[in-house]
Design a protein around this ligand. Structure first.
Ligand code: UGA
Length: 440
């Protein structure tokens, strides 16, 4: 059965969710108040990179399954289900999440709502936000608004696939009617046997931040082991493999390297700490401070390694391979590779960045860094190469060819993806995080 849905906020989450809802056969109206984003979206373009997502979005836009608006107009008001997908970035000058966009869209929506319509929050919010939103929206609407919390667990780069084939759907609800509407919207996914967890609302809010905090902790755990490995002659990559065979530990999210970045894990662990502090249980998640600190120390480590290789970095040519926070994305938010590149550049190195898709995002974010779209040109005459994002083309690169172009055959593998034997055989000195590699 088809449902008329509105999706409010067409950033990564919203644009993906709108596309997913259209793929599931629903009629979608997308609300984006930002004119620049709206204009791009109206032309079938989405302002971030993910393989396949733009094509799917454009297909549904031209077929009329997705319509777009900048206002909360009558078309939006006629929807059965409204998904709030706006961002909750880290607040300026604080660790806390900025929920002002969620509050503003909920208020704007409230005066247009039908009493039987359901509002589903998907944004990542501090626990307690939904209760406040429900109260404020009901006051504006003049009736008890049906609000549910329905967190999203998609990963950038595979967001559409994750939305259509999630490992679970989590909904926190206050009434049966809301659940029925949500179930109808997700019916094709639920019919595949996807676990459907009906929780109370605060638990549903908390599931999202708890999941991200756990993932961040796993990554920082293995990066802490990398610190120990670096001074003890051990190998953190083999260590991760060995502990990962234990099913209780699992082998996912144990890739050691320059750590986590992006628009979610870093700000979500900080927002979680801030919220726990407000609730008087700051000490319960105080360990996340260490998770954050371990993560940031990996960036310091690469800068220190670069300096020890280059001596005085001023005027030295450094090539950064990959600048996005992860492959298959052009997202530069809190990217470890970007921070390392900027720090070396500030200290006087001539940094050239290569990335398969992120160079135009980089020119907007930091035009001061050199950009080169051809890999062979990017490494030419380099005194040091740093692998910052594990794009496939770097794993597959020919170390003989690249070695014939650089000034010095030294590479720091920030993601532990290069075939060390192959690179060494081509004459490279390979330095990797968490590993004591013997070079000739
Ligand atoms: C993360 C979560 O994985 C999603 O479940 C969640 O929905 C999303 O945040 C969100 O809150 O919206 P995402 O930020 O897209 O997704 O990317 P991840 O795949 O989690 O990677 C995050 C960072 O951790 C990347 O910089 C990646 O390079 C790094 N990472 C990941 C490691 O350093 N080691 C690993 O083993 C795994």
């Amino acid at each position: 059965m088809s449902v008329k849905v509105s999706v409010i906020g067409l950033g990564y989450l919203g644009a993906t969710h709108a596309t997913a809802m259209a793929e599931l056969g629903h009629q979608v109206i997308g609300v984006e108040v930002d004119s620049k984003k709206f204009d791009l979206l109206s032309q079938g373009q989405i302002p971030f990179h993910e393989p396949g997502l733009q094509d799917a979005f454009a297909k549904h836009l031209s077929a009329g399954n997705i319509k777009l608006t900048q206002n909360f107009d009558s078309d939006v008001a006629s929807a059965d289900l409204h998904f709030i997908c706006v961002g909750t970035p880290q607040r300026q000058g604080s660790d806390a999440a900025d929920t002002s966009y969620v509050m503003a869209s909920a208020k704007a929506l409230a005066s247009h709502l039908r009493p039987d319509a359901v509002v589903a929050g998907k944004s990542t919010v501090p626990v307690g936000t939904a209760t406040e939103l429900q109260k404020v929206m009901s006051e504006i609407a003049g009736f008890d608004v049906n609000l549910v919390w329905n967190p999203e667990f998609l990963r950038e780069g595979t967001a559409l696939e994750d939305s259509l084939r999630p490992d679970r759907i989590v909904v926190g609800a206050w009434n049966e009617h809301s659940l029925d509407v949500i179930k109808t919207a997700y019916a094709p996914i639920l019919n595949l046997g996807t676990p459907f967890l009906v929780l109370d609302v605060p638990t549903a809010e908390l599931v999202k931040v708890a999941a991200n905090a756990f993932l961040a902790t796993k990554i920082s755990f293995i990066n802490a082991m990398a610190e120990v490995a670096e001074v003890s002659g051990a190998d953190a990559v083999s260590l991760a493999k060995a502990i990962g065979y234990d099913e209780r530990i699992g082998n996912k999210f144990l890739r050691t390297g320059i750590g986590f970045g992006g628009g979610c894990l870093p700000k979500d662990i900080r927002g979680f700490m801030a919220r726990a502090e407000e609730l008087g249980v700051g000490s319960a998640v105080e360990f996340l401070k260490d998770v954050d600190a371990i993560n940031l120390r990996r960036r310091d480590r690469v800068v220190a390694l670069a300096k020890s290789e280059l001596g005085d970095v001023r005027g030295k040519r450094v090539t950064m391979l990959g600048i996005s926070f992860k492959p298959d994305s052009d997202d530069l938010r809190d990217s470890p590779a970007l921070e390392i590149a900027q720090r070396l550049s500030r200290e006087g190195a001539e940094v050239t960045v290569h990335d398969p898709v992120s160079l135009s995002a980089l020119s907007e974010k930091d035009p001061s860094l050199g950009r080169e779209s051809e890999l062979v040109e990017a490494v030419r005459e380099a005194d040091l190469v740093i692998l910052g994002t594990e794009w496939k083309q770097y794993k597959d690169a020919d170390p003989e060819l690249l070695g014939s172009l650089v000034a010095t055959k030294t590479v720091i593998d920030g993601r532990n993806v290069l075939d060390v034997d192959r690179w060494q055989a081509a004459g490279w000195k390979v330095i990797a995080l968490g590993r004591s590699i013997q070079n000739a």
